[in-house]
Design a protein around this ligand. Structure first.
Ligand code: KG4
Ligand code: ZN
Length: 340
């Protein structure tokens, strides 16, 4: 029998301080997330300086809790995995420095992980049968990518956003209709009370990129609609705006993704990233996949938004491939997918 591989994973790329212990890439022994949302809410978005300071305060406690929850100590670990990009540089540095310190003190291998590879790997946790190749739609606050996961950690990018990321569009529209930060979950909730067909917002097509996305036109259309209402004294029904916007985003995400699956003959599709926790997107993708006989994988919402369990899953497959980082590992705020 093969010996188990235990990885302590650390994630601090944005406003969540997170640590997890993951066994063999797929079994989560602990998953601790300390969110800073309440703090950043006051400013209407993440304040990088505050995020770094809070990570420094919390990280040791979060790691200790992850070890305790898993019932292990640092001596039981086989490697340390850590997000080293993309993200806020000051925030990433806290996790990277912490991971290096633990790895150095305990003489453990250090495995740097791409944050987006982490999001994709969240799918392995609850689906023991899922193995590459598969198609994956990655929709987070900073990224919107349609990729073929060719092998663990190997991606072919089919399409990407030309402007705003899907989550960014959610956050900006939420701010415009006065819902505050973070916008995605608030639009998701408010949409339940609105009519998704109330306002015909545009569904953008990118002419020279069949699988590319564009959301800035949609965002402008929402802002124009709100301005027009204010100028003409028409009452704004926020729930209708939220539901109609959400449907416009979802239509494009589902349309491009399912078309790619058909054109490439892929029968497995996974969702990843914070926006993948959106109820309407999950449902609409499920219906479209059922019609086309595509098997759909959707991580539980807690594994869609930032967490360290997904970093542990990705780190395991990198570790198995032999990926090791040195003591010069640095935070790379704009690390590209597929780069090491
Ligand atoms: O993956 P994530 O936690 O962090 C990044 O790597 O960016 O994604 C955060 C993004 C934010 O833009 C947030 O508004 C969005 O995901 N989000 C949602 C939902 N939950 C989080 N968007 C739509 N519906 C949701 N339920
Ligand atoms: Zn993320």
């Amino acid at each position: 029998m093969m010996k188990d591989t235990l990885i302590l994973a650390i994630e601090s790329s944005c406003d969540e301080t997170a640590a997890a212990v993951v066994k063999n890439g797929r079994t989560v022994l602990s998953n601790v997330i300390s969110s800073q949302i309440e703090l950043h809410k006051l400013y209407g978005g993440v304040v990088p300086e505050i995020a770094s300071r809070k990570h420094i305060e919390k990280i040791n406690q979060v790691i200790q809790e992850a070890l305790d929850d898993a019932g292990v100590t640092l001596d039981d670990l086989d490697a340390i995995g850590v997000t080293y990009g993309p993200g806020l540089v000051g925030a990433l540095l806290v996790g990277v420095a912490e991971a290096k310190a633990i790895a150095y003190a305990k003489k453990l291998p250090l495995v740097g992980v791409h944050h987006i590879e982490g999001h994709v790997s969240a799918n392995y946790i609850e689906n023991p049968d899922l193995e590459p190749p598969f198609l994956c739609l990655i929709v987070s606050g900073g990224h919107t990518h349609l990729v073929v996961v060719k092998d663990y950690g190997e991606f072919e990018i089919l399409g990407r956003t030309r402007d705003d990321a899907a989550g960014e569009a959610f956050d900006k529209v939420a701010r415009a209709i006065g819902l505050g930060y973070p916008g995605g979950p608030k639009i998701d909730k408010l949409s339940n009370e609105g009519d998704p067909d109330a306002i015909p917002f545009p569904r953008a097509k990118v002419d020279d990129g069949p699988y590319d996305f564009s959301f800035s036109g949609l965002k402008s259309a929402v802002l124009n609609y709100l301005n027009k209402c204010h100028m003409t004294g028409k009452k704004v029904v926020e729930a209708d705006v939220a539901a109609s916007f959400q449907k416009a985003v979802t239509d494009v995400l589902v349309g491009n993704t399912v078309r790619a699956a058909k054109e490439l003959n892929m029968d497995k599709l996974a969702l990843a990233g914070g926006v993948a926790s959106n109820q309407h997107l999950r449902q609409a993708m499920e219906e479209a996949c059922r019609k086309e006989n595509i098997r759909l994988y959707r991580p539980s919402p807690i594994l869609c938004t930032d967490n360290a369990a997904m970093i542990g899953a990705a780190a395991y497959y990198e570790y198995k491939k032999g990926t090791r980082h040195g003591w010069d590992l640095n935070a790379i705020p704009n690390l590209r997918l597929g780069e090491r």
